[in-house]
Design a protein around this ligand. Sequence first.
Ligand code: NAD
Length: 349
Amino acid sequence: MLQIAIIGYGGMGTYHVELINASDRVRVKGIFDIDEARGKAAKERGLYVYRSYQEVLADPDIAAVLIATPNDVHKKLAIRALEAGKHVISEKPVTITTTEFQEILETAAKADRTFMVHQNRRWDEDFLTIKRLKQEKLIGDVFHLESRVQGANGIPGDWRHKLAQGGGMVLDWGVHLLDQLLFMEDSRIESVYATLSYVLGDEVDDGFTALIRFESGLTAHIEVGTTNFIKLPRWYVRGTAGNAVIEDWDLSGRMIVPTYLEGIEAPKPIQAGVGLTKTMAPPSEEATAEKALPEPLQNKTSFYNNFANVVLDGQEAIVKNEEVMRVMKLIEAIFTSARENRVVTEIDE
Ligand code: NAD
């Protein structure tokens, strides 16, 4: 059993405890939080509460720390832990910039310790459904996909409103959606064009859109919103032989595919607005068929067990640092594109 201490016992730190303790190879020994009230809450839950970060790092029982603090302190805490000989799990976004992440990677290499980022949404069933559909060409070759999360509750909490703390939605939900995209499309990124929204008047973005083009021909529209009272589907995917939609987290959705039957009657023109159209009329009934979405791909190894397998047995990490770096480079390109109102290239070398 790998013993771990959670650093930052807020929303996510609290959430990790049960999941870690349900894994086969990792256990939470205790937590450290600069806020005493959070320490009290952890104590009531029966967790050991460290009085300082130094105390965590000096504890020989602790093999690793899991950093679940606001984004601006990930780097500092990670480097201290690695230099003290601990392995590290960091919450996403790993850091605010690629330069900071590079510093962590160099420290991890020097200390010969494992550093892994919690990109947990690679395990989301909606994502694993789309990944299968694309991989198995169930709607032909996917040439365009739209991946969105939209809420109407604004930016939550305190530090997420602050630029210096790595707030904003690109660094929050954006990281997940971009990680999922790059995890299922390894073709070179040709370009990105992005816009950020500031509807709420914060100093950080409260949402964004990014159009990403890959060398393979795939285009992806990635969007996060926090002021959307009317939501669009979670996924909308177009392939050369059909379309797929996933409406929401409950995996409601469908695929519509052409039947390729011979002798199908041409669609009849319809009245559309003040004109007639045949182009935009619904296809004749026999021309298309509705199909159920496939079962999600299985991703059986939990993130925590995989981390333990990497640390204890030298196995391959499910979340690789070079993949995380690619996402961080894309994020920097999104900020540049939005700031300078231009298409950004040269993201992948
Ligand atoms: P939060 O504000 O609820 O909790 C952060 C906690 O860290 C607070 O209790 C705070 O007192 C503590 N803290 C701040 N500085 C500290 C320091 N130097 N040392 C120790 N403790 C410190 O925030 P949150 O929503 O839990 O987010 C924390 C991290 O988790 C962020 O990086 C966020 O992006 C990430 N997160 C990930 C997911 C996911 O699905 N992977 C979901 C939510 C949040």
